[in-house]
Write a protein that binds this ligand. Structure first.
Ligand SMILES: Cc1ncc(COP(=O)(O)O)c(C=O)c1O
Length: 455
């Protein structure tokens, strides 16, 4: 019998959803008012679309916990999808941001923090030159543009199961390595012409990558060093090194998108494994919760964009890079505090230990029920892997993205003071979490799995 069959999960979910509604009357009423001003009552659609229960309106937070306007508290294992790994109300970050805000948030000129942040990123990742944007998506857009300008080619190779932000060319499906059928939009409103230049290949498959590169028309290979947006796929040993070598040999640039994986280890995977890349894109957590993206460049590419600047005083059009608020003083003050004082090597070791504690606890629950599952473990990140072995491909990984189990789990945990990660990710500890927080997550998950088993 399927442990997660609908007939078991549905009655539990109905009970939990009713309880969720009963616990959040002010959020519900507020959302009704907000619907008069914003679609579905939220400022950004993900805030309701990510959850099967209604969104809660936030009152504030402290450490690993936030409160909603009904007075419910939640230990947060979603971390705003890794954009808030610092936790709530961190005093060091708060002081840095308040100090900057009091002096001036934005000048469209470099602040001294820009040098400190670039030096810190260079030291931990090995990428020597840095540019800043407002988001990771924007960093990826500029990475693609630089690669096209540099190689004078158009195609971009991506990996099935990836997520690089809401960028037209990356919102592509199909379009396999042999080029027989062009990639097409994976969602509404995306131009078919934009996705036609995307090639999707399988993660951990160097043969497919070689086929995609063989025509000599690829500008950029853009890859998350571990797929983190379809549950979790870790790279085979040597895969990333081989992919980089093969890409450069084919005259294309190789970009690692460490928007998520920078949070997993000090210096991300590039720092941990000493990987090579032409461009390294970042975002989310390293900005201490303030919107910020960045990309690291080799000296050769740094020189290239320097030579091809685009602006009002340069005679010829260059590469269109930048945005009015990119690299502003406030975001870089937050990033400096985060990098220098929060995300230290010791802190990364501590969250890795907490992540292992989380995975160990989930493995105990899984073993107690004899389930053919295991716990994901990747630094601070864990979660239920719903297959007996860890996935190597998107097709295997997506089996752990189980909507009915997730909807029940998120609602059940919320009713017991825990905010779980979004369905495509996994619970992750922030720099503010404690052993007690982790133990509470395990305890509530144990109750949930016991209830499913006896349903
Ligand atoms: C690997 C990766 N790159 C880029 C992005 C885009 O980040 P943002 O939405 O902050 O621009 C995401 C978001 O989930 C991501 O996971």
């Amino acid at each position: 019998m399927d442990f997660l069959q609908k007939s078991r999960l549905a009655p539990l979910y109905a009970r939990e959803l009713a309880q969720f509604h009963a616990r959040t009357p002010r959020s519900s009423a507020t959302r009704e008012t907000a619907r008069g001003f914003m679609p579905d009552g939220v400022p950004m659609s993900w805030m309701s679309a990510f959850f099967s229960h209604p969104p809660v309106f936030v009152d504030g937070g402290e450490g690993s916990i936030f409160r909603d306007i009904d007075g419910n508290s939640y230990i947060d294992f979603n971390l705003a999808d890794l954009s808030n790994t610092v936790g709530y109300g961190n005093t060091v970050v708060a002081r840095a941001l308040a100090g900057c805000a009091a002096r001036g948030i934005q000048y469209l000129l470099p602040s001294m923090d820009a040098i400190a942040v670039s030096a810190a990123l260079a030291a931990r990742t090995g990428m020597p030159f840095w540019q800043y944007t407002g988001t990771a998506s924007a960093a990826n857009i500029e990475a693609i543009r630089i690669a096209r300008a540099y190689t004078r080619r158009e195609k971009v190779v991506l990996f099935t199961g990836k997520y690089h932000g809401h960028i037209d060319i990356t919102l592509a499906k199909g379009g396999g390595p042999d080029g027989n059928e062009p990639a097409r939009p994976s969602s509404m409103g995306v131009s078919a012409r934009a996705t036609a230049d995307a090639i999707n290949v399988a993660f951990n498959d160097l043969d497919q990558l070689k086929t995609a590169l063989d025509k000599g028309d690829v500008a950029l290979v853009l890859i998350e060093p571990a797929l983190t947006n379809c549950s979790l796929v870790l790279p085979d040993l040597g895969f990333l090194e081989g992919a980089c070598e093969m890409t450069n040999a084919a005259g294309a640039l190789f970009a690692l998108d460490e928007t998520h994986t920078l949070q997993m280890a000090y210096g991300g995977l590039i720092g941990e494994r000493g990987l090579k890349a032409d461009i390294l894109t970042l975002g989310k957590g390293f900005g201490a919760g303030v919107s910020l993206g960045a990309y690291g460049l080799t000296p050769e590419l740094a020189q290239f964009i320097d030579k091809h600047q685009d602006g009002d005083t340069v005679p010829e059009p260059g590469i269109a890079l930048g945005g009015t608020t990119y690299g502003n003083a406030l975001s870089l003050a937050g990033a400096r505090a985060m990098l220098e004082e929060v995300a230290t090597p010791e802190a990364h070791n501590r969250v890795a230990r907490l992540g292992a504690r989380l995975a160990d606890g989930l493995d105990v629950i899984i073993a107690r029920h004899g389930l053919p599952w295991r716990a994901f473990r990747y630094g601070p990140r864990s979660g239920f892997c719903l297959t007996p072995s860890f996935p190597r491909t998107y097709a295997e990984a997506i089996r752990s993205v189980h909507a009915d189990f997730y909807n029940l789990r998120h609602t059940y945990l919320a009713n017991r003071g825990i905010w779980d990660a979004i369905v495509s990710a996994g619970p992750q500890v922030s720099f503010a979490h404690t052993e007690e927080d982790v133990d509470r997550y395990i305890e509530v998950c144990a109750e949930l799995i016991d209830e499913i088993a006896t349903a």
